[in-house]
Design a protein around this ligand. Structure first.
Ligand SMILES: [Zn+2]
Length: 430
């Protein structure tokens, strides 16, 4: 997950006191369910210090790719002509900005499961997750003070990588009608580079790709709450996800469907090429892009429930007779100001609150400008520096018209009250 690039959003973070909810989960006997122990094993390996945070172009990233290739081989999935690895040179805007001219050599990992239907098998559903993370780099980290500490990225995104492996196992046991491509992207944290490479160098004619399901940060299920982005990218998707979830054993999750196909992860590369997409996400937390995003904080039983729901959704898409009906939406306006993107408030948006007019806060970071200015968890920001705030995007745009050190008026709704607060904006990492 990398909010900084797609939205220029550097304001995320830190809700004190959130803990993983580990409610007992007993799958129904006789059905094929996700194996939480297998999910935990994959995450513990990928997020171990020996892989040093899997930054694209480092030996730890290559080791992770080799591990994924071995896992697909063990599952007897097919490779495209030259093996499971899809090498590419990652050239990021951030590297260029830092004066680095040589690319990072890295690779996606790609496997395919042939569909059962003699006609529909020539159509493909892509199941993806990025496996790279920040390594020892503080460049995109929320904890630059931790310097070159290893950012293991257990939730971001060893969790999604493990989800794809588990889906590969479950689907290989009973292939659907359409074919399925499993792909683990590198270079996501550097700007969705692996998924952009994949859509530009697809191993199958790209027009045969009919849907893309992305997993980024699915290891921290709390209170059964799951966000599914992209539910409006095809007319059928919202009802499809809801009906699969309603039939879930033993209990449905509390799913919030969010329409947009443009988000801070790899589904964006596919949506921009007119492919219906979904992105499963168990929401932000205080360890996002920090050295503390470790495997011991993963809720593997919760992730198994997310995988079970995703399995049903993938089967429904891959088995249906007709294709999904794509819905095109305009791309959001990108924030380009580097100076503005350093501006810091310290609020933590509630990504599940897309139905709220304004931006609801999941929390505020202790001692941040937001905290000092009196903002609180649950507040809904409706105006920022005189500009109306309708959602996260209009908030980000409003924030980035200001510089660190500016004093701005922030209007929030707190319960039935409308409050005018004054905050002095800070500098990111400062
Ligand atoms: Zn990330």
């Amino acid at each position: 997950m990398q909010f900084e690039f797609t939205r220029g959003l550097t304001v995320l973070m830190a809700v004190a006191g959130i803990t993983a909810c580990s409610s007992a989960y007993i799958p129904t006997a006789g059905q094929s369910h996700a194996d939480s122990a297998a999910i935990r094993r994959d995450i513990e390996y990928l997020a171990s210090d020996r892989l040093e945070g899997r930054l694209a172009g480092t030996p730890g990233n290559d080791s992770a790719a080799a591990y994924l290739a071995r896992r697909y081989k063990d599952l007897r999935l097919s490779a495209f002509t030259a093996g499971y690895l899809q090498p590419f040179d990652a050239r990021s805007a951030e590297d260029a900005h830092m004066g680095r001219t040589d690319p990072r050599h890295t690779e996606n990992v790609v496997a395919v499961l042939r569909g059962q239907d003699p006609v529909l098998r020539d159509e493909y559903v892509v199941i993806g997750a990025h496996f790279d993370h920040l390594g020892r780099s503080s460049t995109f980290a929320q904890d630059p003070e931790a310097k070159d500490a290893i950012r293991n990225g257990a939730d971001d995104n060893a969790s999604g990588t493990a989800a794809v492996l588990e889906l590969a196992r479950l689907l290989a046991a009973k292939p659907p009608r359409r074919s399925v491509i499993f792909v683990n992207f590198s270079g996501e944290e550097l700007g969705l580079l692996g998924s952009q490479w994949f859509v530009g160098h697809s191993p199958v004619p790209f027009e045969r790709v009919k849907a893309m399901i992305n997993f980024d940060m699915v290891g921290r299920l709390r209170n059964d709450k799951l966000i599914v982005y992209g539910t409006s990218t095809a007319t059928e998707l919202k009802a499809l996800v809801d009906s699969v979830n309603a039939a879930s054993n033993p209990a449905p999750l509390k799913v919030t469907g969010v329409g947009d196909g443009y988000g801070p992860s790899d589904q964006t590369s596919f949506y921009a090429k007119d492919i219906p997409v979904l992105h499963f996400f168990t929401d932000l937390h205080e360890d996002y892009h920090r050295a503390t995003d470790d495997a011991d904080k993963i809720n593997a039983a919760g992730e198994a429930r997310v995988v079970d729901l995703a399995l049903g959704v993938v089967r429904a898409i891959a088995d249906r007779q007709t294709q999904l009906s794509f819905v095109k939406m305009a791309a959001p306006v990108q924030s380009t100001s580097r100076e503005g993107s350093q501006t810091y408030l310290g609020s933590v948006p509630d990504m599940a609150a897309s139905d709220v007019a304004g931006m609801r806060l999941m929390g505020v970071r202790p001692d941040s400008p937001a905290d000092k200015g009196g903002l609180k968890a649950g507040d809904v920001i409706v105006e920022f520096g005189g500009a109306p705030v309708k959602d996260l995007y209009s908030y980000t745009d409003a924030l980035y018209t200001h510089k660190p050190g500016d004093t701005v008026k922030v209007v929030v709704l707190r319960g039935t009250e409308r409050l005018e607060l004054t905050v002095t904006l800070g500098k990111r990492g400062g």
